[in-house]
Write a protein that binds this ligand. Sequence first.
Ligand code: ATP
Length: 298
Amino acid sequence: MTTAIELRQVTKQFKGKKAVDGLTLTVEQGTVLALLGPNGAGKTTTISMILGLQEPTSGTVKLLGGHPKDQRVRDRIGAMLQDVSVIDNLKVAETIDLFRHYYANPLSLEQLLLISGLEAERNKMASALSGGQQRRLGFAMAAAGDPEIIFLDEPTVGMDVSSRQLFWDTIRAMAARGKTVVLTTHYLEEADQLADRVVVINNGKLIADGTPSEIKAATTGRVISFTAGAGVTHELLRAMPGVSDIKWSGRRVEMFGPDTDRLLTALIDKRVDMKDIEVRSGGLEDAFQTLIQKTNAG
Ligand SMILES: Nc1ncnc2c1ncn2[C@@H]1O[C@H](COP(=O)(O)OP(=O)(O)OP(=O)(O)O)[C@@H](O)[C@H]1O
């Protein structure tokens, strides 16, 4: 496997604030990596250092084995950052064409209009697009050079459900062609749907790294939910073996634990009054919240 991205002990210090704190990360080519973390975790700063837009305070960044600012490297990457700015007085198709001409082997205009879902808007002025459409244009611009690595910072913000679905299909197709995709997102469902690897950062530090299912399994295990009878108390449930967390929503209870078979047996043994029992795997959302709470507490 070839290495697409390599970060070694990367730190970014702003005045009084360590935005990224000793991050070490290697990403193989062909990976779809989702970078997750709460607001201010350091995701955007990390991506801008990988892209060479900001210099690390310490540590090293390698992109496709070279320096991020090297033109030979830049020709092989594409990026869509949070603020997509469009060029005034250019139509959608003209904007995409302009970007195509920066690259030696660009995708065709038609292909780019298709994968960004902008065929119907091709003759619209870029500045007249809606927020979600502008993000789709940003995606077309990032994909114009048929890059080996594409960086997408919160790509689907403002996109409606069908645009998001189209976008996901496009990412899957890029991954199938061996491309590396790095995306940040606040939509955990998106990470779960797309990523082969999820890296969670909090306060600039890596706190979890694995496949979506590994992260879910390591943090939440499975969940038992039921409607509790009037006599069931939080203390009673807390005393059950192997309970890692309990959430109440009215009388509906969710109990999290690594071994739900044992937990369910214990609940039945103690004759806990339960109705409409369900057992399911914890979602990535649950896993993410647990991780952030754990690291903030520790
Ligand atoms: N140029 C800067 N000067 C000072 N502090 C900065 C600068 N850029 C970012 N920061 C701080 O560094 C931290 C990390 O910011 P960053 O934008 O990387 O987070 P993020 O994970 O991308 O957040 P979000 O999910 O809100 O986009 C934040 O506390 C932010 O305020």
